[in-house]
Design a protein around this ligand. Structure first.
Ligand code: ATP
Ligand code: MG
Length: 445
């Protein structure tokens, strides 16, 4: 109560009414860094008498000399007014309405300035612990700035004047490489607990420090993430894991105490030293791929995260007497279903995840016609990459991974010469002890 009251009084009086305006010479952002489609959108809006700024991550990234991932535009035009101005546009709305304006293959997200209202306002619904349940109130630009999360995310760039409008000291914070919450961190994290994950993600991606006052409430409020819908949690986690900075991001999460409960898959892995090695190899590889602009798939990442769970389950079922293949498929289905409750990943990913897992057992077959059949498998590359990671994480014999590397590169005759005798290369390993490092999901007998 008292905190809420204090926030109301202080929050209101602390609101800067005027932005600090930075000239191009001061901020260093060049118009050429702005996507042509974003330029077109802001120009059209201004020609029609509306305010229009590039905002959010794009301004922040350009200020830091990074290439923006996407461009968002903020305006005082309503979603309906924006839609009328652009032929190829549509209103989409989840928690609030935004307009997607399409130019060629690219999409610009246009949002109307929104207000950050107090709890007693009618259009804003808040749960008892401060979490915002509904939030769709238009406001002024100044109000729009205050409802954003971090100071560096509340910068507005006007492509016409080339000015940056800064309401909360974001330009200075960017110089200090500081991630600072706008307003009272405790209140803002309660309103939307996902901001805690965003803090970890941005700190990792931008290589920023999290300001002490911003960091302070995180460990205490982390359990609130349990109430976030599983689909939103999945979106956030994939953003973090495929950001090109997964290793540092997960390190940040651990440092903030956010990996428990919040990322149900992560806490199981991060508390097992032998699993950690594999996960770090996976994140390291994915980070490298993203930085080289190669594709990095959510399925591959999920296959890595859930691998140990699946295998444990498989071994249990097999030890209970189920035939290997039955145990494998039951374990795969069960693992995916169980995890989906906490992290709603799309069902269309299941097929690829299972193929990657099932291939692991098939790699053990190194005699007869089987290895040749595997060469034509559509997921061979992903399965093999997975095997390499396991080898690096001490979860598969290095020799097995090397064998497959040579086998794929070799000519027909050399391949034949590489085959193992039927005895050694097939499935005579059923009685192997549990948890042997080289153990895999099962044999394809
Ligand atoms: P990225 O590089 O990941 O796209 P971003 O800062 O652009 O980073 P978005 O999720 O695209 O992040 O959101 C755009 C902007 O909307 C943010 O910069 C921030 O100002 C605001 N925003 C997004 N999510 C929140 C949130 N949960 N709470 C407050 N403001 C938010
Ligand atoms: Mg963005």
């Amino acid at each position: 109560m008292i905190r809420r009251w204090l926030h109301k009084v202080l929050g209101k009086s602390a609101r800067p009414s005027k932005p600090r305006i930075f000239t191009p010479a001061q901020h260093g952002i060049r118009r050429t860094g702005i996507h042509p489609c974003a330029l077109k959108v802001t120009r059209t809006l201004k020609e029609n008498g509306y305010a229009a700024f590039v905002v959010g991550g794009a301004v922040r990234d350009l200020l830091l000399d990074r290439e923006p991932k996407d461009f968002d535009v903020a305006t005082d035009a309503t979603p309906e007014e924006v839609r009328r101005l652009f032929r190829r546009s549509r209103i989409i709305g989840r928690r609030f309405q935004i307009v997607h304006v399409m130019c060629g293959p690219d999409t610009i997200e246009v949002t109307t300035f929104r207000a950050h209202q107090e709890d007693d306002d009618e259009d804003r619904v808040t749960a008892e612990d401060g979490m915002i349940l509904r939030d769709n109130v238009f406001g002024s630009q100044q109000e729009d700035a205050i409802r954003r999360d971090f100071t560096v995310n509340a910068l507005y760039y006007d492509p016409e004047t080339e000015e940056v409008w800064d309401y909360h000291g974001g330009v200075d914070d960017a110089k200090k490489r500081m991630l600072r919450m706008i307003g009272d961190p405790d209140t803002r994290f309660r309103e939307d607990p996902v901001r805690m994950l965003r803090a970890a993600r941005f700190a990792a991606k931008l290589d920023f420090h999290i300001d002490t006052a911003t960091r302070a409430p995180i460990a205490r409020l982390a359990p609130m993430l349990a109430r976030i819908p599983a689909a939103r949690l999945y979106d956030e986690m994939i953003k973090l894991l495929l950001s090109g900075h997964a290793e540092r991001g997960v390190h940040q999460l651990r440092a903030e105490g956010l990996h428990h409960g919040m990322l149900p898959m992560l806490d199981a892995i991060l508390d097992h030293p032998e699993r950690q090695k594999f996960l770090h190899a996976a994140m390291h590889d994915t980070d490298e791929r993203v930085r080289r602009d190669q594709s990095a798939s959510p399925s591959f990442m999920l296959a890595c995260l859930l691998w140990f769970d699946m295998r444990e389950q498989f071994e249990r079922l097999r030890d209970d007497g189920l035939p290997e293949q039955t145990a494998l498929h039951a374990a795969m289905d069960d693992t995916l279903e169980r995890q989906r409750a906490a992290l709603a990943f799309p069902r269309r990913l299941d097929g690829m995840i299972k193929e990657i897992w099932a291939l692991q057992t098939r790699f053990e077959q190194r005699s007869g016609a089987r290895p040749f059949r595997l060469l034509a498998h559509p997921r061979l590359r992903a399965g093999y990459d997975f095997l390499l990671l396991r080898a690096r994480g001490g979860d598969a014999p290095a020799e097995l991974a090397e064998w497959w590397e040579r086998f794929q590169d070799a000519g027909e005759d050399a391949r034949r010469a590489m085959l193992l005798p039927a005895e050694a290369g097939s499935s005579k390993r059923r009685r192997r002890p549990r948890r042997k490092p080289a153990s895999t999901a099962g044999d394809d007998a």
